[in-house]
Design a protein around this ligand. Structure first.
Ligand SMILES: C[S@@+](CC[C@H](N)C(=O)[O-])C[C@H]1O[C@@H](n2cnc3c(N)ncnc32)[C@H](O)[C@@H]1O
Length: 221
């Protein structure tokens, strides 16, 4: 699968997939979008000291990296499970400019997010534990995590590009796999997605989006 590295409007990289004609992030700013949708609306909603977090789509590792950096400020512990079917290559990861833009002293740890083993827990820092699972997240029937989640970053490709990732069964399963009060956020504010989240049982609010996006969704169990 061909992937092209592009620069978004805030100077940070994203990937473009010609096959799907789809970007991994908003072209108006990858870092800006991730901070807005996943850290501010999602992670910061959770007031627990130890947080079980699930990400759908590890991709460039940007959300994971921002979350790791956040634990250094918040003092919280995050156990971060990320599901990904098509991991990016180490050669691509070496070119991403996230650590250069965010904290050049963290280049090595950013690369460790990518090079760490799949399928098991790895302590990246005392406060950030990562478990990457290479699997098809469009069917979560056999996904049986040992602890329920507090925060979910739902970061799949857009419904028009990958409809199998936006099905009622998935949101029902995520609801079951979450703690009471857990939050799920996504950049996608389509009415059909909002209704699927609502019918799974979530209380859904539309929040203002990052530049280039009118609204995002925040769903609370
Ligand atoms: C919008 S991008 C994710 C961006 C990522 N969170 C980041 O910060 O770079 C969507 C991700 O979902 C992954 N993906 C696509 N189909 C998948 C599937 N069936 N199961 C799991 N992951 C999938 C893609 O490979 C891609 O990494």
């Amino acid at each position: 699968m061909q992937r092209i590295i592009e620069i978004t409007e805030d100077g940070s990289h994203t990937l473009y997939l010609p096959e799907l004609d789809e970007h991994y992030h908003s072209t108006h700013g990858a870092i800006r979008e991730s901070l807005h949708v996943y850290l501010e609306a999602g992670l910061h909603h959770c007031h627990k000291e130890e947080i079980n977090l699930l990400e759908i789509g590890f991709g460039t590792g940007l959300n994971a990296f921002l979350t790791l950096l956040d634990t250094e400020k918040s003092g919280k512990i995050v156990r971060y499970t990320s599901l990904e079917q098509y991991p990016v290559s180490i050669a691509d990861a070496e070119q991403f400019n996230y650590s250069k833009l965010l904290d050049p002293s963290k280049e090595e740890i950013f690369m460790q997010l990518h090079s760490s083993l799949w399928g098991e827990w790895v302590e990246m820092t005392p406060a950030f534990h990562l478990r990457k699972l290479q699997m098809d997240a469009s069917n979560l029937d056999n996904f049986q995590p040992e602890t329920p989640f507090d925060v979910i970053y739902y970061d799949a490709f857009a419904p028009e590009k990958q409809p199998t990732m936006w099905r009622e069964e998935i949101f029902n399963r995520l609801y079951t796999l979450s703690n009471q009060g857990a939050v799920l956020t996504t950049y996608c504010a389509k009415g059909a997605v909002r209704r699927m989240l609502q019918s799974a049982g979530y209380q859904v609010t539309r929040l203002p989006g990052p530049p280039g996006k009118r609204e995002i969704l925040k769903a609370i169990k």
